[in-house]
Every structure is written in structure tokens, then in C-alpha cells.
Design a protein around this ligand. Structure first.
Ligand code: IMP
Ligand code: MG
Length: 176
């Protein structure tokens, strides 16, 4: 397993901090006086979620975490597991789905579809990262932190087979 300090930093800590604060103020403006439920997809969004929540100023905020997965090594399996157990009480509430990355879009499209069955007032999606070249399905994603090149990245919650989530910045993972 390669050593993390050999990985090139793509987005540093300060840039992450600033951008998450910007996203937080934008979202706060958009939802200030409306009941909002954040639905965060774990594990990848853990750092992003906790930083984003602290950048929000919203009166009626609920937070739900759903644990689902679709990845194996550096490839999307296209199959999302765990959604069948995911619930949230979103009657008369708006929903903002929070995830780490919009890559193929398969995960988020399944999640959006599932949230739709819960019949919230509205559904929007916020991701920290977007890899534009990898989309297999085009889905609405209203808030994007950074658009990144087609590289496998780790850190700030993102993993390679469970490793490197703890890195404080986003780095390009190369297995050799
Ligand atoms: P998608 O279904 O292909 O859009 O992938 C969604 C999930 O794959 C994300 O929520 C991540 O957990 C994972 N993923 C996609 N690209 C990367 C990456 O570069 N590094 C780590 N995880 C990734
Ligand atoms: Mg994920």
C-alpha cells in the first residue's frame, strides 16, 4: 500500500475550508426560513458534512445520515447497496442530499429516486467534488464545491478501499 505523503495534493486544507464556507452561506441564503433536512451519504461525506453543517445558518434544520455504498477499488460497481433501509421523515420539508462526489452519477440518481418516494417539498443535491468526464447519468446537482479532473482522489473523507479517509486534504491516489 503506497505511502500517503507521496500523493500529490489536489485541493489543500485552506481551499477546502474557504469553499465549504461559501457553499454554507449560499445554502443558508436559499433555505433560511424553510424547514430543511440534510440527507448525507456516508462514509465519504463525513468531513464535508460536519464542516458544511457548521457553516450553515438555518433555523429549522434536521440531519440524517444514510450509509450506502457502490464502490470497489477505484471502480464504480453501478450497484447501490443499503438504500432499502434508508428512511427520513420529510413531510412538509425540503431535502438537500449531501455527498462527497458526483462521479458516474449512478449512486446519486438512485438516491434521488429513493428520496422522491418520500415526497418532500423539494429535492436538491450538494456535492463537494464533481468529475465531469465520468458521468453516465445526468442528474440535477445544484451545489458543487470543486470540479476536478478524472483522477481517483482520497482524503477529507474519501477512501481507497477504506483507507486514507483521515487525510485533511484531497490528494490524487495512484496505486503504483
Ligand atoms: P458514482 O455513483 O460513480 O457517482 O460514485 C459515487 C461514489 O463513488 C462516491 O460517493 C464516492 O464514495 C465514490 N467515488 C467516486 N470517485 C471517487 C474517488 O475519486 N475517490 C474516492 N471515492 C470515489
Ligand atoms: Mg460515497
Amino acid at each position: 500500500m503506497p505511502d500517503a505523503d507521496k500523493f500529490a495534493v489536489l485541493i489543500g486544507e485552506e481551499a477546502l475550508r474557504r469553499r465549504v464556507i461559501e457553499l454554507g452561506s449560499q445554502i443558508s441564503k436559499d433555505y433560511q426560513n424553510t424547514p430543511l433536512t440534510l440527507i448525507a451519504l456516508l462514509n465519504g461525506s463525513i468531513f464535508f458534512l460536519t464542516d458544511l453543517i457548521r457553516a450553515l445558518d438555518i433555523r429549522d434544520l434536521h440531519i440524517e445520515c444514510w450509509r450506502i455504498s457502490s464502490y470497489c477499488d477505484t471502480y464504480s460497481t453501478g450497484k447501490v447497496t443499503g438504500l432499502e433501509h434508508c428512511r427520513a421523515e420529510v413531510h412538509q420539508r425540503h431535502v438537500l442530499i449531501v455527498d462527497d462526489i458526483y462521479d458516474t452519477g449512478l449512486t446519486l440518481s438512485h438516491v434521488q429516486e429513493h428520496v422522491r418516494t418520500l415526497q418532500p417539498l423539494s429535492i436538491k443535491t450538494c456535492v463537494l467534488l464533481e468529475k465531469k468526464t465520468k458521468h453516465q447519468v445526468l442528474i440535477p446537482v445544484e451545489y458543487v464545491g470543486f470540479t476536478i479532473p478524472d483522477e481517483f482522489v482520497v482524503g477529507y473523507g474519501l477512501d481507497y478501499n477504506g483507507r486514507y479517509r483521515e487525510l485533511p486534504d484531497i490528494r490524487i491516489f495512484r496505486s503504483n
